[in-house]
Design a protein around this ligand. Structure first.
Ligand code: 4AD
Ligand code: MG
Length: 478
């Protein structure tokens, strides 16, 4: 295997006048002389200087935007402006041609919509290179955070027979023979038989299985893909997204909030340190985008300032009931009212309400707790008031809900009673209820929507732009 030096390392090299081999894709080629080459290790390109007078003109013609090259040459201190080092080429090999007439990615600014249609090639742009390096760092930091604290990474199943959230938003998993689909007596498709004779679906959450692990290993987390069959075309929802779900035995809701806040701050700080240049690039991108908006809609802080602000301030903690009182008294601005007026206690908050609390009222991340039991899942611990549960949602500026979690109902009688009230079959979840039968204990956990975190840290506006291969209604080609 041939040696190559990554462009990031070359650009940081203290040594010059050394022979190097560099490989990458052409971002630009000007004056038949200067190639901007990128290999994805950094947003910055290395400049390759071509001795065009002594280079075969046929080869020069093949140095086009998008072509893959292998270059041997000498790393020297750059004579030109804009870079500290450059490579004077002694040998250029074209590894893969790229027809400039057909290659969709040109050295100019493309719209995000255009790049979404060319998602198979969008990795080759500066913006998407930065996004996916930041995403990688955040994923690594999540593992590092939990591993440093002695959590066990537990792999929960993708195929399951349960609907952890009880919201009925599941994708069936089927191995039906399409020519011989089993039917019920009344002639409908018999989904009860879809997976080797059993009804199954793709998981909406690893929580219930995660709780089984926590009731023995004490501190666990999951980090895997989850699936929701909600037909929503929003900038915050995907049909397939990644979720991080810690579950901790003996934790109560306050411990749970502390863990979530610590984790969010840890991973954001990690990305800020590790990907300083990418975040700087994304900050500039967002600042440019903001300039196209009317003055009163522009963000008061840059992306970098927003991230630093999040690290340096405690999240605001209050109950759902306190939030409703604030919202009842508020209008989003002098003229406008909420599209969904907050009339009374008990209704779920709309995203406009969440964003008002975070962006206008408190101007910082907010943790709302103790929601009405009617709008939350069956497994949350019931408060003594008989009306609310030990739930927590973390709301972030520009994002809305980023984390959903709770202290769990560890009392068997209360849990069974709530499941019966909500029509959740206790016999199907017998294995889950066993944790409450044998050595039950207080415990708590939460789910962090990974793409919503990546949205926040990259300052992007659409969740489809922060996952390499977005899945949303009618989109699953590659
Ligand atoms: O609030 P959710 O539905 O909570 C659960 O699934 C719990 N079982 C988690 C737990 O306690 N272990 O989802 C958790 C988070 C949300 O706060 C949101 O960030 C994200 O997952 N999320 C989505 N992200 C992208 N697309 C979707 N369709 C999402 N639905 C939820
Ligand atoms: Mg939720």
């Amino acid at each position: 295997m041939s040696q190559r030096t990554k462009i990031k390392a070359l650009l940081q090299s203290q040594q010059t006048e050394i022979d190097v081999t560099v490989k990458g894709w052409v971002r630009a080629f000007r004056s038949n002389r200067f190639i901007a080459l990128n290999d994805g290790s950094t947003n910055n390109n290395i400049q390759i200087v071509v001795d065009f007078e002594n280079t075969d003109p046929a080869l020069l013609k093949r140095i086009t935007v998008g072509a893959a090259l292998s270059v041997e040459g000498k790393l020297i201190a750059s004579l030109g402006k804009g870079q500290t080092v450059e490579v004077v080429a002694t040998e250029i090999e074209i590894l893969g041609d790229s027809d400039p007439e057909k290659y969709p990615i040109q050295p100019k600014k493309h719209s995000l919509e255009f790049l979404r249609e060319n998602a198979h090639l969008r990795f080759r742009t500066s913006t998407f290179g930065a996004i996916f390096r930041v995403r990688n760092s955040l994923a690594f930091a999540v593992h590092q955070f939990f591993q440093e604290r002695g959590f066990v990474y537990l792999h929960t199943p993708v195929i399951t027979a349960s609907d952890a959230e009880g919201a009925g938003e599941t994708f069936h998993v089927t191995n039906f023979d399409l020519d011989n689909i089993p039917k019920t007596e009344t002639g409908e498709i018999d989904f009860k038989q879809d997976f080797f004779g059993r009804a199954t679906n793709l998981t909406v959450s690893g929580q219930l299985e995660g709780e089984l692990g926590a009731m023995a290993l004490s501190d666990i987390y999951t980090f895997g893909p989850t699936f929701r069959a909600e037909n929503s075309n929003t900038t915050r929802h995907l049909a397939e997204f990644w979720m991080i779900e810690p579950e901790v035995a003996f934790n109560d809701l306050v411990d749970n909030m502390d863990l979530a806040e610590d984790m969010l701050k840890y991973v954001i700080k990690y990305a800020l340190d590790k990907n300083a240049d990418d975040i700087e690039f994304l900050t500039q991108r967002l600042t440019e985008e903001e300039k196209t908006k009317p003055q009163n809609e522009r963000s008061e802080m840059t992306l970098l300032e927003k991230l630093q602000f999040c690290l340096n301030n405690d999240f605001e903690r209050l109950t759902y009931t306190e939030a409703i009182d604030i919202l009842k008294e508020s209008t989003p601005n002098k003229k406008k009212k909420f599209a969904y007026p907050v009339e009374g206690w008990g209704t779920d908050l709309q995203s406009e309400h969440e964003r008002y609390l975070v962006e206008k009222h408190f101007k910082k991340p907010v943790i709302l707790t103790d929601y009405p039991k009617e709008i939350k899942a069956f497994y949350m611990r019931q408060n003594d008031d008989g009306k609310t549960v030990r739930a927590m949602d973390i709301l972030f500026p520009g994002i809305g809900e980023i984390v959903g979690g709770s202290q769990r109902e560890e009392r068997l009688d209360k849990l069974e009673q709530r499941m019966n009230e909500m029509g959740i079959p206790t016999e199907e979840l017998w294995w889950y209820l066993d944790t409450r039968r044998f050595g039950s204990c207080p415990h708590a956990g939460f789910g962090l929507g990974f793409e919503r975190l990546v949205l926040f840290v990259t300052g992007m506006g659409n969740i489809r732009d922060v996952i390499p291969f977005p899945r949303f209604p009618k989109n699953a080609e590659f």
